[in-house]
Design a protein around this ligand. Sequence first.
Ligand SMILES: Cc1cc2nc3c(=O)[nH]c(=O)nc-3n(C[C@H](O)[C@H](O)[C@H](O)COP(=O)(O)OP(=O)(O)OC[C@H]3O[C@@H](n4cnc5c(N)ncnc54)[C@H](O)[C@@H]3O)c2cc1C
Length: 395
Amino acid sequence: MLLEPRAMADARPPEEHADIREGVRALCAHYPGEYWRKLDRERAYPTEFVRALTEAGYLGCLIPEAFGGSGLGIGAAAAILEEVHASGGNGAACHAQMYTMGTILRHGSPAQKQRFLPEIAAGRLRLQAFGVTEPTAGTDTTAIRTAAVKKGGAYIVNGQKVWTSRAEHSDLMLLLARTTPREQAKRKTEGLSVFLVDMRAALGKGLTIRPIRTMINHATTEVFFDNLEVPAEHLIGEEGAGFRYILDGMNAERILIAAECIGDARWFIARARDYAKERVVFGRPIGQNQGIQFPIARAYAQSQAAALMVMRAASLYEAGAPCGAEANMAKMLASEASWFAADTCLQTHGGFGFAEDYDIERKFRETRLYQVAPISTNLILAYIAEHVLGLPRSY
Ligand SMILES: Cc1cc2nc3c(=O)[nH]c(=O)nc-3n(C[C@H](O)[C@H](O)[C@H](O)COP(=O)(O)OP(=O)(O)OC[C@H]3O[C@@H](n4cnc5c(N)ncnc54)[C@H](O)[C@@H]3O)c2cc1C
């Protein structure tokens, strides 16, 4: 039996988004371990869960009220995703719907905002797909090759994206493409543009989606563009300024992913603690052995410290203050804390940790992703070294 997370002392203020947390926990109670286990086994998408989260208004929480959302801050969004993960579920199936719309909100034209944001808030349009990563460029985003060439009233797009999550479950894709070749741009960060692609209209007319079989995140795909026509009015903001627009959205993404890691850590720690109390070997609970209880205590301390950094990053973000360092540190510390908690939980369960029915092996696989995506740990360390510590750029 999983004890209520609040039964453990929490370093954060107790009133922090308490109603939202309770609402999300109640919703998640309808989607227990069996639900996620079956999906994982069948490599299927959690359609019912995503629909319930959308209908409850949680996925539109960052959209201003004027556009049909609930106009809450990133702290509330983080609380929602943390609770989804702490309940044993996984927000990766839909979390992008929360933050990719930020690019339209901040840089879209009034007509684009009016047309798309209310539909996204209501869940009638799913903006789940985010096409940045390419096979040859990797983390070096400015080296992407997907090109959009203006021809009359449209851009003709050719190229390929990889690891595009949820492409088969989205109506729209936020796409980053080169509108000026890297060699011709004044700086390599210039000449990149962001488009909103209507995937429903594009499928079979220049857009092809191919699923990739992955360890987790089963809705992962690669996407091909072959002379795809994107109407010029689907360009977001200024042509050539897209790299900055994408960077603007990254802090929100990092804070929200970090919150998911905190949720995972809470789930693993609660599971490990409960099992360590119950499981009797050599005539006593295994949790009486320091070799078992110390790693659980360490995982708890690490996750609490990371949770404070997530909260700090979120409050700076909400205040409109620079938060690149905090968002990056939050994501790194939280992903490492959740991974340590996952490993500890598995070890505490001995052989049973490997049994599907316990959900631990599934969550273990799921939480490992966050040290690689959406940004890998090395790149965060490089950011801190260069931008916080003033060390020479290493790449
Ligand atoms: C399941 C899944 C879902 C994803 N969903 C999306 C999505 O929806 N949209 C999207 O655009 N992308 C998505 N991604 C891509 C993800 O953001 C990238 O995988 C991630 O940013 C790492 O890039 P890469 O895989 O190209 O690694 P690479 O850039 O090839 O790097 C490989 C390794 O080398 C290290 N490395 C590279 N350069 C340096 C350096 N200079 N110094 C030190 N170390 C370095 C990296 O840290 C990494 O460990 C997803 C990935 C996965 C696995």
